[in-house]
Design a protein around this ligand. Structure first.
Ligand SMILES: *[C@@H]1O[C@H](CO)[C@@H](O)[C@H](O)[C@H]1NC(C)=O
Ligand SMILES: *[C@@H]1O[C@H](CO)[C@@H](O)[C@H](O)[C@H]1NC(C)=O
Ligand SMILES: *[C@@H]1O[C@H](CO)[C@@H](O)[C@H](O)[C@H]1NC(C)=O
Ligand SMILES: *[C@@H]1O[C@H](CO)[C@@H](O)[C@H](O)[C@H]1NC(C)=O
Length: 358
């Protein structure tokens, strides 16, 4: 009896034995030579992960999910911070580290280059990444409007769409876009560089997720991603915000979209923040959670929102209202009457099986 209990306990321990390392693809939109991504690369590796970085050769902020591949075999201009010279190939790796790559394309294109060209070369043809990490971005990406606009998010949801778990990280500017060689061991306040702190926070959350995942399981379910935002890190001047705790949030709530503001003198337009109703209605999320914008703006806290790339409206009264309005012009074929035109991947079929255990 005693023996069988011990074996059960041992079995449970073995089953819950999680791996602490993962195959991670790292990307961003600020570019491959920016401080935040290089510090994150360094610390992800230090934590024992197998990391491949593919990021834009120049700043690609605001590109959202656009997937733009260059039509030029070589760079027309220098890479950011003169990290690569014009005339070099449009895709290349760091001479000192064969796992660090740049590409002259948008963040989403870099995700695809990483998945379909760079990773197969390094990991072999049939090895998939366990996780894609993007960022930390220089500047926060809060709410549904920034979700579509941000290149950091674009790199992330490009991976989620491919079935790769992915997390977007965004930090306050913290002194702005900086070259990775300008990261100092300590700041004037005697603390770590904000780029190092943001990278460490990023690795803390990534390692927590990896350690909470059983061997052979996915880090996140198919179609799911996470959006993380940090408050301003104060380590240049003081220690008032150098370790912001993580808080579970939702994307809607206190979120901004844009409005167009016209300058009467020049006749030109700029944008201003607009607290739009549409980006703040809680339709899909857990409405008990605070909005990520409110959390990050209310003090030294990091916001963590779970998202999916299924943008369909949920099965709720407002959805049927819209569907009903279009009948019979737009017919309704729910349930088994509908035949698919495209074959689903086996993993998705498995999820859809009525025998699923959830
Ligand atoms: C990769 O997978 C394909 C299809 O499953 C298989 O035909 C091929 O032999 C695999 N290659 C290697 C190197 O394992
Ligand atoms: C790093 O230190 C140098 C002086 O050694 C200073 O000029 C520079 O501003 C510092 N950079 C940062 C990001 O703190
Ligand atoms: C700490 O630094 C931040 C950012 O530089 C500044 O806004 C804040 O006033 C400082 N707080 C204290 C207590 O000095
Ligand atoms: C409009 O543009 C002019 C010229 O650039 C500038 O001086 C002025 O400050 C602008 N006005 C506003 C309200 O931003």
């Amino acid at each position: 009896m005693r023996l069988s209990i011990s074996w059960t306990v041992l079995g449970a321990l073995v089953l819950s034995q999680a791996s602490s390392a993962a195959k991670i693809i790292l990307g961003n939109d600020d570019g491959w030579a920016s401080a935040n991504i290089r510090e994150t690369y360094r610390l992800l590796k230090e934590a024992g992960n197998d990391v491949i970085m593919v990021a834009p050769v120049v700043d690609n902020s605001g590109q959202g999910g656009r997937s733009v591949f260059t039509t030029s075999r070589t760079l027309v201009t220098n890479g950011e911070f003169d990290s690569v010279a014009a005339g070099q190939p449009s895709l290349g790796s760091d001479p000192s580290d064969s796992h660090i790559w740049y590409y002259n394309g948008t963040p989403a294109a870099c995700t695809f280059i990483a998945l379909d060209y760079v990773a197969p070369q390094i990991w072999g043809p049939n090895v998939t990444a366990d996780l894609l990490v993007a960022g930390p971005n220089v500047g926060q990406n809060l709410g549904p409007f920034l979700y579509t606009l941000s290149g950091t998010m674009g790199a992330t949801y490009a991976a989620v769409g491919r079935g790769i778990p992915a997390i977007a990280f965004s930090a306050a500017p913290n002194g702005g876009q900086r070259y990775y060689k300008w990261v100092n061991q300590t700041t004037q306040a005697g603390l770590k560089d904000p780029a190092t702190i943001s990278a460490q926070l990023t690795v803390d959350l990534v390692q927590k997720l990896i350690k909470s995942t059983n061997h052979g399981e996915r880090i996140l379910p198919v179609g799911y991603g996470i959006n993380v935002n940090y408050p301003p890190i104060t380590s240049f001047t003081n220690d008032s915000c150098i370790n912001p705790p993580f808080v579970q949030t939702r994307m809607t709530g206190g979120a901004f979209t844009d409005k167009a503001v016209r300058n009467e003198t020049t006749g030109l337009f700029t944008y201003a923040n607009f607290l739009g109703e549409g980006v703040n209605r809680c339709i899909n999320g857990d409405c008990r959670l605070p909005g990520e914008t409110d959390v990050v703006n209310s003090g030294c806290q990091s916001a963590v929102s779970v998202f999916t790339v299924d943008y369909d409206a949920p099965l709720k009264r407002d959805t049927s209202k819209v569907q009903t309005k279009m009948l019979p012009l737009v017919s309704f074929h729910g349930g088994s009457a509908w035949k698919r035109h495209t074959e689903m991947p086996a993993s998705v079929k498995q999820l859809e099986s009525p025998l699923r255990h959830e």
